[in-house]
Design a protein around this ligand. Structure first.
Ligand code: NAD
Length: 480
């Protein structure tokens, strides 16, 4: 079985304690590779290498950094078939999802930030002939980039691309549940001669690798994407160290359908928002608010739409949903469905594990699940489930739905479906979320500020926000 290795100072290394743990293929429940059970000593090595590399990388001309990142993007594209298969096998997502979204986005992230640095600008403030202020931005040092399992290579590159482009060096910690494509990326870096120590990747558990990485005195920047609880833990540890921290956390996103919406478009989008990537996207619309006039017709059409979704072998093109990422996560989601039933929720469709035949009989599959009859304030509609589960909630007025949409601790994203443009803007203005879509879902422009309000995060990433996050402004005032 293949051993995944750490990537430190340009080399693939075993963890210093030589310990590994099992990596599962969610489509069939088998162990198929070994993940380094790294610890603080590996982090020290990686941070030391990154600190040393920072001396030259931060002084490397922008154009050269840009060229190297573009070379990495090219190499991802050249290896895309292998990366697609690996992402699907490691995560359980369909190859179609990996082909259409994850892997192309990984190379796009690198291209986007590799070229963005060439088009950045600096600020100048004149003081009525007295003095000039110019503000330059400089790289900070070693960035700790910690990413989750739902979009493994996509979110890893979303962090490392701006960090590296702006002249920082990186120690990345991918999720221990989906380490494979990060490992393949480190092999690609070696093949293309990416400079040693500039990017380092250390695998392992959050407590053993994440903690020493975030609290290391030589990692002044932390970019974290993951759960709200983990985010709180990192914030508590790093706040007294005054580290620059960006936290992209969970969501419980409302999807609001008004009676005047384009009915078919709203049905399609609501299904996509609920079940893409098995409902394991932070932006998934898991609370579906439907205006009373169309509640019954919308519910029937939606359930019919969901009944046509196929759960099955992630490798097969015809399947819409693959496997859940792990047995633990599958059980957690099934537990939430049971809790929903106990609270009086009615399962309109799904609500159970899907047992497939043959080699896939031990895989972690859940049928797309639609529930009605639960109040907005019950735990099922308040806590992130992060699975293929959506709850239908009727509403009467704009005011009522805005109040319900906002009545959670989260504030990541929201979608509004209406043909009344004034209403669309009005509702968007009153929703507490960092990202609001009108008549669409997950349409992403990489230039926009991405992130959440309330307990969905701290700070924004994307476009120039990322370039600013990974740099420190310095103002120089010159007396004329
Ligand atoms: P998680 O918080 O369990 O893990 C995320 C990463 O943090 C992993 O690499 C993990 O090993 C690491 N980690 C765990 N403990 C740590 C510690 N003490 N110190 C440092 N690192 C530690 O999250 P997950 O289960 O991998 O991902 C799912 C969550 O991520 C969901 O809540 C989802 O909403 C969220 N998410 C948010 C966004 C966003 O952009 N807002 C995007 C994707 C996923």
């Amino acid at each position: 079985m293949e051993k995944i290795l750490n990537y430190i100072n340009g080399e693939l290394l075993e963890p210093s304690n030589r310990s590994y743990f099992e990596n599962y293929n969610p489509s069939n429940g088998s162990v198929y590779s070994w993940v380094p059970d790294s610890d603080e000593s590996d982090i020290k090595l990686a941070v030391g290498a990154a600190k040393e590399a920072f001396k030259s990388w931060s002084k490397t001309p922008k154009q050269e950094r840009s060229n190297l990142l573009l070379k990495l993007a090219d190499a991802i594209e050249e290896n895309s078939e292998e990366l697609i298969r690996a992402e699907s096998r490691d995560n359980g997502k369909t190859e179609t999802q990996a082909r259409n979204v994850d892997i192309p986005r990984a190379s796009t992230n690198l291209r986007f930030f590799a070229t963005a640095i060439l088009h950045d600008h600096s600020e100048l403030h004149e003081m009525d002939g007295d003095a000039l202020n110019y503000t330059s931005r400089q790289a900070i040092g070693v960035a700790a980039c910690i990413s989750p399992w739902n979009l493994p290579l996509y979110l890893l590159t979303w962090k490392i691309a701006p960090a590296l482009a702006t002249g920082n060096t990186v120690v990345a910690k991918p999720s221990e549940i989906t380490p494979m494509t990060a490992f393949l990326l480190s092999k690609i870096c070696i093949e293309i001669g990416f400079p040693k120590g500039v990017l380092n990747i250390v695998h392992g558990y959050g407590s053993k690798v994440g903690d020493p990485l975030t609290t290391h005195p030589d990692t002044p920047i932390i970019s974290f994407t993951g759960g709200t609880q983990t985010g709180k833990h990192i914030a508590a540890l790093t706040a007294p160290m005054f580290k620059k921290t960006s936290l992209e956390l969970g969501g419980k996103n409302p999807n609001i359908v008004f009676a005047d919406a384009d009915f078919n478009q709203a049905i399609d989008m609501a299904a996509k928002a609920a079940f893409s990537n098995q409902g394991q996207i932070c932006l998934c619309g898991s609370r579906l608010f439907i205006q009373k006039e169309i509640y019954h017709s919308f519910k029937d059409a939606f359930v019919q739409k969901v009944s046509a979704l196929k759960v099955g072998d992630p490798k097969a093109n015809e399947n819409d949903l693959g496997a859940m990422v792990s047995e633990t996560h599958m059980k957690k989601v099934l537990g939430k469905i049971e809790e929903a039933k106990k609270l009086g929720g009615k399962i309109l469709i799904g609500g159970e594990r899907a047992i497939l035949g043959g080699e896939l009989r031990n895989g972690y599959y859940i049928r797309p699940t639609v529930i009605e009859g639960l109040s907005n304030d019950c735990t099922i509609n308040q806590e992130e489930i992060f699975g293929p589960v959506v709850c239908l909630i009727p509403f009467e007025t704009e005011e009522e739905v805005i109040e319900m949409a906002n009545a959670t601790k989260y504030g990541l994203s929201a979608s509004i479906f209406t043909e009344n443009i004034g209403r669309g803007h009005r509702v968007a203005a009153n929703i507490d979320a960092g990202i609001v879509w009108i008549n669409t879902w997950i349409t992403r422009d990489l230039r926009i500020p991405f992130g959440g309000m309330k307990q969905s995060g701290l700070g924004r990433e994307g476009g120039f926000k990322s370039l600013q996050f990974f740099t420190e402004p310095k103002n120089v005032c010159v007396k004329i």
